[in-house]
Design a protein around this ligand. Sequence first.
Ligand code: ADP
Ligand code: MG
Length: 215
Amino acid sequence: MRDAEFFRSWMTAAAAVVEREADRLTELDSPIGDADHGSNLLRGFTAVRTALKVEPPAAAPGAVLQLAGRTLISTVGGASGPLYGMLLRRTGKELGEAPEVSDAELAAALDKGVGAVAQLGGAAAGDKTMLDALLPGVAALGTSYRAAADAAENGALATVPMQARKGRASYLGERSIGHQDPGATSSALLLGALADVAERETAEREAAERAGDGR
Ligand code: ADP
Ligand code: MG
C-alpha cells in the first residue's frame, strides 16, 4: 500500500527530474513550439515542492495529488499546465480520501486521469502529444512501475516521426515531423520518477523486513 508520504516523494522526485531536464525540455519545444516547456514545468514543479512544504501535510494520497494539480494549473501556464493539472487532480479525486492506496487502485486512478487529459485536450493516440507517452505508460502499469516508465519513454521516442495534430506544434503541419514532442518527453520523466520512488520504497521495505526477521 502507498501512503501520502509516497505521493509527496513522487512529486518531489518529479520536481528534481524536471529541474535536471528543464533545458532539454525547452530545447525540444524550440523547433515545434515556443521554447518554454522546460521553464513552464520548472516553475510549476518548484511551486508544487513549495506547496507541499508550506501547507499542512495532507493525510491522503488523493489530497497530495489534488494539491499538486491545483498548483500546476495556477503556475505553469501554457497548454501543459491545465493538462498536467487535470491529470493530477483527476487522479487524486479518484483516489478519494483513503489514507493508503494499492498499486492497482493507483493504476485505475491514473487511467481515469489520462482519460480526463484526452477529453480536456481533445487529443488521441498518434496526435504527437503527451498522450503518446501517457497512454502506453498507464497501460503498462499492470506489469510494473518500471514497465510503465519504459513504455512512456518509448512512446515519447515514437512521437518523432509523427505529424502534430494538436497544440502549438500542429500549426507547423508536416514541418512538425522529425522532432520529439516535449510534452510526451516530460510525461515519460514523470512516470520515471514514479518508478524510481516505487522501487526505492520496495527496497526499503524489503530491507526492513529482513532486519525484522533477524537475518
Ligand atoms: P504551450 O504549447 O502552450 O507552449 P507547453 O510548451 O508547456 O505549452 O507544452 C507543450 C506540450 O503540451 C506539447 O508538447 C504537447 O505534448 C502538449 N499538448 C499541447 N496541446 C495538447 C493537447 N490538446 N492535448 C494533449 N497534450 C497537448
Ligand atoms: Mg511551449
